[in-house]
Design a protein around this ligand. Structure first.
Ligand code: NAI
Length: 420
C-alpha cells in the first residue's frame, strides 16, 4: 500500500463510486486524460498537490497519474476533505494521500510536510500553502528541485504575486485561477451554487423573503448574489471597490456599508479574500438569529476570535452551526467554523465546472514540464491557447456549436481603414 494518512480505508469502495460519478460530468478532463495516457507528458515527474480532497480532485489526480506523474496529495483546508475520496485514492488507485476531515492544525502541517517529503518537482496549490512551506526554513533545501507550480485560487494568486513583488518567489508559477475558463465559471457559478447549497444543508432555512448580505462583489460574490436572488432573497452587497459596487447597483442589488448592512441582514456571506470584514462593530448591530457564513479562502473574513470573546455562551445547535449568545440575549450563528462553507457543509463545486478548472491544472502542469525551465521566477497566466482549447472542448461536450469568422470578417476586424 502506498504511503498515506487517511481516516478509514474501509470507505474506499464508497469513495470510488463517488469519483466515478464526478468523472461522468468531467468530459474535458477525460479527454485530457486519454491524451495523457498516450503521450505521457509528465513521465517520471514528482508532483506534490495541496488541494481540497474532493471527488473532482481525485479525477485530476488520476489524470496526472495517467500522464506518467508520481502524485502525492494533501488537503488545502482541514475541513474540506471527503474521507471516502481520500480512502479510494489510496486503496483503489494507489495514490499517496495525507488528509483527514477535521484534522487539527499540527496534523494539517504534518500532511503538508509529508507531501513535501516526496520531493515534488511540480507543485499544485489551492491557497499557496505548499509553496509557502517550501519557501520557509524547512523547505529551503529542496526548493531548487522544483521546476514550477500552479495555483488554483484567487487568494493563492494574491499571495504569490506578493512573493514575486518582494523578489522571494523561487520558481515560476501559473495562476490557473486567472484563466477565463476558470474564474468566470468556477468562481461564479461553482461558488455561487455550492455556497448556497452549503448554507442550506447546514441550516435548512428558507431563503425566500430573507435579506442576504454578500460581502465582496468579485467573481464569487457575483455568483452568490445571483443565486440568492434567484431563490427569492433580498440581496444586499457590500464592497470597497467603486466599480464593483456600481456594477452591483446596476444589477439591482442594494449596496451599503457593512455597518448598515449589519442591521438588516438575516444571512451574511463573506467572499472577499480579505480579513476581518465582519467584526465587533458589526456583531453589535446584528439582529437576533443572524447567520454568518464565509466562502472566501481563509477563515479570517469573520472575526471569530472577537465573537468568541463577546459571547457569553456558545453551543453547537446542529452539526456545523454554532450559536453565540451575546449579552442581552441576542444569538448569532456561525456556520462551519467560518471556513469555506461550500466545502465544509456541502460538496464544493459541482464536477461539471471543476472540469474546466482542473483541465487548466492538468494542461498547466504539462506546460510547466515543457517550458518551466525557461521561465522566470514569476507568476504567469495560463496561455491563451489553453484557455480557448478548454472552452472549445467544453462547448463540444455540451453539443453547442458556434459560428466561425468568415475570411471577409477576419480582414474587416483586422483593418482600421473602414469608416462610415
Ligand atoms: P475577487 O478579487 O474577484 O473579489 C473579491 C472582492 O471583494 C473584490 O471586488 C474586492 O473589492 C472585495 N473586497 C475586498 N475587501 C472587502 C471588504 N472589506 N468589504 C467588502 N468587499 C471587499 O475574488 P474572488 O475570485 O471572488 O474570490 C474571493 C475569495 O473566494 C478568495 O479568497 C478566493 O480564494 C475564494 N474562492 C473560494 C472558492 C470556494 O470554493 N469557496 C472558489 C474560488 C475562490
Amino acid at each position: 500500500m502506498v504511503d498515506h494518512d487517511v481516516k478509514d480505508l474501509d470507505l474506499a469502495a464508497a469513495g470510488r463510486l463517488r469519483i466515478e460519478w464526478a468523472e461522468q460530468s468531467m468530459p474535458v478532463l477525460r479527454q485530457v486524460r486519454e491524451r495523457f495516457a498516450k503521450d505521457k507528458p509528465l513521465q517520471g515527474i514528482r508532483l506534490g498537490a495541496c488541494l481540497h480532497v474532493t471527488t473532482e480532485t481525485a479525477v485530476l489526480m488520476l489524470t496526472l497519474k495517467a500522464g506518467g506523474g508520481q502524485v502525492a496529495l494533501c488537503a488545502s483546508n482541514p475541513l474540506s476533505t471527503q474521507d471516502e475520496t481520500a480512502a479510494a485514492l489510496v486503496k483503489e488507485y494507489d495514490i499517496p494521500v495525507f488528509a483527514r476531515k477535521g484534522e487539527d492544525h499540527p496534523t494539517y502541517y504534518r500532511h503538508l510536510a509529508a507531501v513535501l517529503g516526496t520531493r515534488p518537482q511540480l507543485t499544485m496549490d489551492d491557497g499557496a500553502d505548499l509553496i509557502s512551506q517550501l519557501h520557509g526554513e524547512s523547505g529551503r533545501r529542496q526548493v531548487g528541485e522544483v521546476i514550477g507550480g500552479t495555483e488554483e485560487t484567487t487568494t493563492g494568486v494574491i499571495r504569490l504575486r506578493a512573493m514575486e513583488k518582494e523578489g522571494v518567489l523561487a520558481f515560476p508559477v501559473i495562476a490557473v485561477n486567472d484563466a477565463d475558463t476558470k474564474h468566470l465559471f468556477d468562481n461564479r457559478y461553482g461558488t455561487g451554487q455550492s455556497t448556497i447549497d452549503g448554507i442550506l444543508r447546514a441550516t435548512n432555512i428558507l431563503l425566500a423573503g430573507r435579506t442576504v448580505v454578500v460581502a465582496g462583489y468579485g467573481m464569487c460574490g457575483r455568483g452568490v448574489a445571483a443565486r440568492a436572488k434567484g431563490m427569492g432573497a433580498h440581496v444586499v452587497v457590500t464592497e470597497v471597490e467603486p466599480l464593483r459596487a456600481l456594477e452591483a447597483v446596476m444589477e439591482g442589488y442594494q449596496v451599503m456599508p457593512m455597518l448598515k448592512a449589519a442591521e438588516v441582514g438575516d444571512v451574511f456571506v463573506t467572499v472577499t479574500g480579505n480579513t476581518s470584514v465582519i467584526g465587533k462593530e458589526h456583531f453589535a448591530r446584528m439582529k437576533d438569529g443572524a447567520i454568518l457564513a464565509n466562502s472566501g479562502h481563509f477563515n479570517v473574513e469573520i472575526d471569530l476570535a472577537m465573537l468568541a470573546t463577546l459571547a457569553q455562551h456558545r453551543r453547537e445547535v446542529r452539526p456545523l452551526v454554532e450559536e453565540h449568545t451575546l449579552s442581552g440575549g441576542r444569538r448569532l450563528y456561525v456556520l462551519g467554523e467560518g471556513r469555506l462553507i461550500n466545502l465544509v457543509a456541502a460538496e464544493g463545486h459541482p464536477a461539471s465546472v471543476m472540469d474546466m478548472s482542473f483541465a487548466n491544472q492538468a494542461l498547466a502542469a504539462e506546460f510547466m514540464v515543457k517550458r518551466g525551465r525557461t521561465l522566470e521566477r514569476k507568476v504567469y497566466v495560463v496561455p491563451r491557447e489553453i484557455d480557448h482549447e478548454i472552452a472549445r472542448l467544453k462547448l463540444a461536450s455540451m453539443n453547442v456549436e458556434i459560428d466561425d469568422l468568415t475570411a471577409q470578417q477576419e480582414s474587416y476586424l483586422a483593418s482600421w481603414r473602414h469608416g462610415t
